[in-house]
Design a protein around this ligand. Structure first.
Ligand code: SAM
Length: 289
């Protein structure tokens, strides 16, 4: 595997280009080879794969991906990193560096152009300040994505993977699990990055479902119900959803829908599975506001 991940080599590259870290871009570069290897192995990337990397930084993970994948596209927002990447990736002819904001990239057309529309793999050490918009943007897009293997803040990984009942379980868990099956790969301490982030990190792999595991008649209503249920998570669903802003249902209607599902009227959102939220949404959508 390429050795840019070695801390001395990273520091040498940063010095050579007098690179200044930009806090606003969430720049914490990986300097631990074992963690890098674990992520790439867990991503399952092989010579058949086209990989989209988000935020290559100085190219540490990109080098590893270039060695394992057929082709890599790496989207980097910081223009100061573009000449550095031209240097650190010069040995590879299977990489395209795209200067831009990942939130504005049309991933579907990228997958069409680079992979004939077949499922691509996304691998990244994400900038933590926009983790949720990036992940939800990818999952909700119509782009063919097989899996997303990413480094995120530890608490975010735990929330993505959480099931009903725990305090980590919430709208993010349900949104992610509607589109993918999450699995935490490794917990990663701050000393594996330069500079060290103030928070712990975790690598997580999301295997995208071909079709969602539940079907709600009105997907958008289901997600509005989910969000409202966790907005005030200590409230019962009857109190939290009845008369909630943006939802047209009264408390009696929510109580009736829950009763029809055999659930206690005092139940809270944190006790419901994704399948139960889909049923609740269907029961409420059938009611007249
Ligand atoms: N992949 C590198 C590594 O592991 O060492 C760098 C990871 S660093 C946590 C996040 C990277 O994402 C930085 O290079 C940062 O400039 C880039 N970035 C931040 N916001 C971005 C955006 N909206 N679009 C694309 N890249 C972004």
């Amino acid at each position: 595997m390429a050795d840019l991940v070695n801390p001395q080599n990273t520091i040498a590259v940063l010095k050579k280009y007098q690179f200044n870290f930009q806090k606003k871009f969430g720049q914490n570069f990986l300097i631990d080879g074992r963690v890098l290897e674990k992520i790439i192995r867990a991503s399952g990337v092989s010579k058949d794969d086209f990989v989209l990397e988000i935020g290559p930084g100085i190219g540490t993970m990109t080098q590893g991906l270039c060695e394992c994948a057929r082709e890599v596209a790496a989207v980097e927002i910081d223009k100061n990193l573009i000449p550095i990447l031209a240097d650190t990736l010069q040995a590879y002819d299977n990489v395209e560096v795209i200067h831009g904001d990942i939130l504005k990239v049309d991933v579907e057309s990228l997958a069409r152009r680079k992979n004939g529309g077949k499922p691509i793999k996304v691998v990244a050490n994400l900038p933590y300040y926009i983790t949720t918009p990036i992940v939800m943007g990818l999952l909700e897009s119509r782009a063919p994505i097989g899996s997303v293997t990413i480094m995120v803040q530890k608490e975010v990984a735990e929330r993505m993977q959480a099931g009903p009942g725990g305090k980590e379980y919430g709208a993010l868990s349900l949104a992610v699990q509607y589109y993918a099956k999450p699995q935490v790969i490794a917990h990663v301490p701050p000393n594996c990055f330069l500079p060290r982030p103030k928070v712990g990190s975790a690598a997580i792999r999301l295997d995208c479902h071909e079709t969602p595991p539940v079907q709600a008649k009105d997907e958008s209503l289901m997600f509005r119900i989910i969000r409202a249920s966790f907005n005030q998570r200590r409230k019962t669903l009857v109190n939290g959803l009845g008369n909630a802003a943006g939802l047209p249902f009264g408390k009696a209607q929510v109580a009736e829908a829950l009763e029809g599902m055999g659930l206690d009227a005092r139940v809270r959102g944190e006790a419901l599975t994704l399948a139960q939220f889909a049923r609740l949404s269907d029961a409420l959508s059938g009611q007249k506001p």
